[in-house]
Design a protein around this ligand. Sequence first.
Ligand code: PLP
Length: 363
Amino acid sequence: MSQTRHFASDNYASVHPEVLAAIAAVDDGHEPAYGADAATAAFDEAVATVFGADAVGYPVFNGTGANVVSLMALSPRWGGVVASEHAHINVDENGAPERVGGLKILPVPAPDGRLSPASLERWIGDLGDEHRAQPLVLSVTQSTELGTVYSLDAMRALTDAAHAAGMRVHLDGARIANAAAALDVSLAEACAGADVLSFGGTKNGAMGAEAVVVLAPDLHEPLTAALPHLRKATMQLGSKMRYTSAQLTALLTSVDHAGVPLWKRNASHANAMAARLRAALEPLAADGVLRFTQPTEANAVFVELPRTLAASLRETFRFYDWQPGTSADTVEVRLMCAWDTQAEDCDRLAALAASAGTSDASR
Ligand SMILES: Cc1ncc(COP(=O)(O)O)c(C=O)c1O
């Protein structure tokens, strides 16, 4: 096991002790399977408390599953899903929405990961054309794949525009906690008009726990009829669901002495670490050794740097290449912070970059 905390992904992080304690607390004797257990009843209550009395949640195993189940629930067979070109559903799910859900993704450019109401226009004209996949769902990611965060006004403008065009709105909330913490709003407020949420627990300190959450009251009836079947048919129905539900409930409801829930503590910390990392790298940006490519608004820092510098940092830390840089000898990388990233990890990476960057420059 590696003792180094890396910057590759918030999925690299360990499980938060309060989540492990919640698992241990339900690890006792026999309980009914497939969600008919007390821990899942407690999760249902937590969902209603956090997202509103009409909200209903369905625990699943992973974020791709939450997205596919959500999109299938929201779209007819002839539907298309408008999303950012960078959306996880478009580039990082091995075509699962297409292969499993039979849905066509309709991508639009989003240079900083965010969509605007105007970006819907590219596809809205296809409505009613029998030759075209029908753009009946908008999928928005908050915080985005590029580490940016929609303001509440921007989210509301986008979801209003989609609804006005007759679309339903899915929110990929693999990092909704990071967005809500960054905006200092509740999880429900951060959803700002979305109809169905993929609620992310794994990146926020859980072991492999996400949920499909139906938010729109008018969808309550049709989707509570459809979702149990969709979840099973897509192989996302867990038999020993108590262990998944307990994790999600811990994130939503486990509070510290100041009453701050675990989701917010974990996300605020990860965001703060990204801000610290960026500040520590700022002098190198000022010296032209590297260049920030996106604003840091949640828990990620995107930076373009010389390939030689990336290679020397990789002697200590793991992180992903995002895309080729603007010249052959540079690369854009993503540095991701997690609930367990420590200040010294950020400072160490920046110090290594400073020494390697300076010796690089003096060559
Ligand atoms: C934006 C986004 N959505 C969804 C996911 C869920 O992915 P997984 O299926 O690996 O849990 C991820 C994970 O990287 C993500 O970044």
